[in-house]
Design a protein around this ligand. Structure first.
Ligand code: MEV
Length: 338
């Protein structure tokens, strides 16, 4: 039995614009998806999923999705939970040259599903790593990140950047610009996350930005302005001492850029009333900056606040279902048990 975990992430800057070749800086956070893989004697895959904000359920199916046993779970939820696992298993079979490999897989996660914290990327990264390790064919990190991206790309019909999967594989803060991905240095930033209990439809939100960008030159300029914010923020991060506590000045400057980034995302139509309410609750509580994270439409915001004020205020905000502090996860994918 092989047990592997991989972290979720927040976007410090750059979601949506990254789809059009602008840079983005996601940061891995200490909220993890854990996947257990045990090879089977046949070519079946049995998936047991827990804590994916679904009720716990188990489903066993053969290679053909149509042959899946009926389970008492709505199809979209079933697809969400199993689609990424399917894609991870396919990548592992291909990498290990074992097309008929079967597995008992179990997935658990403390990352809210589809809420902008990279839950699906974490499941895919941990799933490929667990399955290839279980077959005795471990991958190097770059290949793992590439295959995880390919898996997300397939499940999301081509609407995926490398940001989530690269960040979950490598951990820490990363810079993504098209196919170029690298880790960058960053001090331990005081992230606070607010979650409205919902999720946006990434495909629809990405398509909405594309339509605006195609129709209006100023919307295209807005996407480019997000790229400028990312470049500015990145140089602040890389100039800072990664081993020292971040200074109030640095957090203030990053926070200001986050506020502007949120305003531009809002202008592109990807915020929502609950996200805006949480952003304002954070700012009024004294956060240095706050923005939505991920595709938007609902889900999570991320704020910077070294004190407990933002989390406390979000706890009392009716639109916020859950608020928590999120540490930067310096380690990416990790084998927990071989
Ligand atoms: C979704 O988490 C982030 C987007 O930029 C899409 C992507 O990068 O794949 C909206």
């Amino acid at each position: 039995m092989t047990v592997v975990s991989a972290p979720g992430k927040v976007y410090l800057f750059g979601e949506h614009a990254v789809v059009y070749g602008e840079p983005a800086v996601p940061c891995a956070i200490e909220r993890r998806a854990t996947v257990t893989a045990e090879p089977r004697d046949d070519d079946h895959v049995r998936v047991e999923a827990q804590d994916l904000t679904l009720d716990g359920f188990a489903v066993e199916y053969a290679n053909e999705p149509d042959e899946r046993s009926a389970v008492d779970v709505p199809k979209p939820l079933l697809d969400a939970a199993t689609g990424y696992v399917d894609a991870a298993v396919e990548q592992a079979r291909d990498a290990a040259d074992a097309p008929a490999a079967g597995f008992d897989i179990s997935v658990s996660s403390d990352i809210p599903l589809g809420a902008g914290l990279g839950s699906s990327a974490a499941v895919v990264v941990a799933g490929i790593e667990a399955a290839t390790q279980a077959l005795g064919e471990p991958l190097d990190r770059r290949e793992l990140a590439d295959r995880a991206y390919q898996a997300e790309y397939d499940v999301q019909d081509g609407q995926a950047s490398r940001a989530d999967t690269f960040c979950s594989t490598m951990g820490g803060a990363v810079r993504v610009e098209g196919d170029n991905c690298s880790r960058i240095t960053a001090p331990a930033l005081p992230f606070v996350v607010g979650f409205d209990g919902g999720a946006g439809d990434t495909g629809e939100l990405v398509a909405g930005v594309r339509t605006l960008r195609d129709r209006y030159e100023f919307a295209a300029d807005t996407v480019e302005a997000i790229g400028d914010i990312v470049r500015e923020g990145e140089s602040l991060l890389t100039d800072a001492d990664p081993d020292a506590d971040p200074s109030a000045g640095l957090i203030g400057e990053l926070g200001e850029l986050m506020d502007i980034n949120h305003g531009l995302l809002s202008a592109l139509g990807v915020s929502s009333r609950s996200l805006d309410t949480m952003v304002w609750a954070a700012r009024e509580a004294g956060a240095d900056g706050a923005k939505l994270t991920g595709a938007g439409g609902g889900g999570c915001i991320v704020a910077l606040d070294a004190t407990d004020e933002t989390a406390t205020s979000l706890d009392y905000t009716p639109d916020c279902e859950q608020a928590f502090r999120a540490e930067l996860a310096t380690e990416g994918v990790r084998v927990e048990e071989a």
